[in-house]
Design a binder for this molecule. Structure first.
Ligand SMILES: Cc1cc2nc3c(=O)[nH]c(=O)nc-3n(C[C@H](O)[C@H](O)[C@H](O)COP(=O)(O)O)c2cc1C
Length: 175
């Protein structure tokens, strides 16, 4: 893979909020999840669990946790859970690295999905306590994100990437 290939992959990932009726196969979801499994984590703790949601009953629960209509059009969802006790905590200040680890794994999921022509979106603005109750998530796990997955609908609008300029976010010590 070249840098150009990677840049193209990164550039073509976007938050997809409109999915077609075409279903995702179990194999495709499995390929996507393999890249989460391979993600790095602090001290290699891998403090995560990924719940794959496809059944009508569980899809309805997702809709209850995140009340935007668009999410219902996804073919499947991955509910990413973090295990705060299992995660590495920095000795200096006891900082819990669950979110950092999960963010890497989740972005692997989104990039892998893109590479397979599958749309995805990070969703963190959901009702966490409802999610825990509806899915029977025990005390040890924290729901971090819901990732809806599916083939983008023909009507999907892909907005231009709005990002800060490189010189706004990078400082070189040689300047
Ligand atoms: C940590 C995180 C949480 C997010 N939560 C939501 C969300 O709850 N709902 C939503 O529609 N988009 C959510 N997004 C998507 C962002 O709005 C989106 O990534 C950003 O506007 C850039 O657009 P792009 O993904 O199309 O490049 C989230 C993204 C991240 C990284």
């Amino acid at each position: 893979m070249t840098y150009t290939d990677f840049l193209e992959l990164v550039n073509s990932r976007y938050s997809c909020r409109n999915f077609s009726d075409k279903r995702l196969s179990k194999d495709t979801i499995g390929e996507i999840l393999e890249t989460a499994r391979l993600a790095p984590s602090a001290c290699n703790k891998q403090p995560w669990k990924f719940i794959v949601i496809t059944t009508k009953e569980n899809r309805d629960k997702i809709a209850q946790c995140y009340s935007r209509d668009w999410i219902k059009s996804a073919s499947a969802y991955i509910l990413a859970l973090g295990h705060n006790e299992e995660a590495w905590h920095r000795a200096d200040d006891n900082k819990d690295h669950t979110d950092v680890d999960l963010a890497i794994a989740i972005e692997h999921i989104c990039l892998a999905a893109t590479s397979l022509g599958v749309g995805s979106c990070w969703v963190c603005n959901f009702d966490v306590s409802k999610c825990k109750t509806l899915f029977g998530i025990g005390e040890r796990f924290e729901p971090i994100a819901i990732i809806p997955l599916g083939y983008p609908s023909d009507e999907t609008i892909i907005s231009e990437k709005k990002r800060k300029a490189i010189d706004e976010i990078v400082e070189w010590d040689t300047l």
